[in-house]
Design a protein around this ligand. Structure first.
Ligand code: NAP
Ligand code: GLV
Length: 339
């Protein structure tokens, strides 16, 4: 008997065919987040869902969808899913780690370069017909070479970003959450990156890039106090999650020129962007496109589809984020029953 899967967003033909071998698929191409009651109705009879950061999978949805066994989140971040609630109900949640590191690190570099070299502002200037010829003081920005880059969250994407930043001549300092270990020795020897406490990073960085997950510990990690510790010439890049920064405090620092600029791919209440930022030339705003490359997005979808296929074949998917929810015997028995 085939399982029922709800796919939120597009799924390419090759992957649809792969999933159709075990599933009846319903795809919803939505432009914006579905209201909770609509999502709940669509998901009510489904065994699995392919979700994205846009989709909040709440405990109310889990309660109503009694058949739901797996949430395959098509993203590495999984703050849109109430993980402890899923675990309590034996619903496994998978994500897409590793395959989007390069794409996301590239976009963070793009934000760094476009804020420091004022790329978007300069483009708007040319299009507006304001350019009257070469001027030695036109659109100046800070050099990167020899400056200090502070990386908050030295995980998969943080490391990929560090490699890129190092190649631009930046000195690297970083903060992590766990105790110093072999990773720190490796980072020191391979990239010359030095681990520091968060306050030291904030005070000494010319540029800061955020790459930690959003969770109870990191929500509001960069608040008023932390922004005050930054140098006035600091540029802040965020491709992680908007709510890691206290957004009103950041807006106030940017509006009042307390830091030099910001490159933001993510926001606290997407797709809402604080009104005050829209008129600021020292801010580059992107619509959450960190991993938006053809091959990367294919690999993310592939991981999500393979997680579902693997779980329903009774094999533990490698990328479960709530390992405690995996019950080998139960999944095996269910797989035998279906075959
Ligand atoms: P990861 O490999 O798990 O790395 C996260 C790192 O953050 C870990 O090294 C962890 O430290 C560190 N960390 C956790 N709490 C911290 C804290 N309070 N202070 C400093 N560091 C802390 O995750 P990833 O694959 O690199 O992804 C990171 C995040 O990027 C995702 O969770 C997602 O939200 C975001 N993302 C966004 C986009 C986009 O489209 N904009 C695309 C992909 C990912 P330890 O090493 O000490 O555990
Ligand atoms: C995208 O935001 C992701 O977490 O993969």
């Amino acid at each position: 008997m085939k399982i029922k899967v709800l796919v939120l967003g597009q799924l390419n033909e090759q992957l649809s065919k792969r999933l159709e071998k075990i599933a009846e698929i319903q795809c919803i191409h939505r432009e914006e987040a579905l209201p909770e009651d609509v999502l709940l109705e669509q998901l009510r009879d489904k065994d699995a869902v392919v979700s994205e950061p846009l989709d909040t999978i709440s405990s109310a949805i889990m309660d109503a969808c009694k058949n739901l066994r797996i949430i395959a989140n098509r993203a590495v971040g999984f703050d849109n899913v109430e993980i402890p609630e899923a675990t309590k109900r034996g619903i496994i949640v998978t994500n897409t780690p590793g395959v989007l590191d390069a794409a996301t690190a590239d976009l963070a570099m793009a934000l760094l370069l476009s804020t420091t070299r004022r790329v978007c502002e300069a483009d708007r200037y040319v299009r507006a017909g304001k350019w009257s010829g070469f001027k030695s003081d036109l659109m100046l920005g800070p050099d990167l070479d020899g400056k200090t880059m502070g990386i908050i969250g030295m995980g998969r994407i943080g490391k990929a970003f560090a490699k890129r930043a190092g190649a631009f001549g930046l000195k690297l300092i970083y903060s992590r959450s766990s105790s110093p270990d072999a990773t720190d020795r490796k980072l020191a020897s391979e990239l010359g990156a030095k681990r520091v406490e968060l306050d030291e990073l904030l005070q000494n960085s010319d540029f800061i890039s955020i790459h930690c997950p959003l969770n109870d510990e990191t929500r509001g990690l960069i608040g008023q106090r932390e922004l005050d510790l930054m140098k006035p010439e600091c540029i802040l890049i965020n491709t992680a999650r908007g709510a890691i920064i206290d957004e009103p405090a950041l807006v106030s620092h940017l509006v009042n020129g307390k830091i030099l600029g910001a490159g933001l791919d993510v926001f606290a209440h997407e797709p809402n962007v604080p009104e005050e930022l829209l008129s600021l030339d020292n801010v580059v705003l992107l619509p959450h496109i960190g991993s938006a490359c053809f091959e990367t997005r294919f690999r993310m979808s592939e991981l999500a589809v393979d997680s579902i296929i693997s779980a329903f074949a009774g094999k533990r998917p490698p990328n479960i984020v709530n390992a405690d929810a995996w019950d080998e015997q139960k999944w095996n028995a269910a797989a035998k029953e279906r075959s």
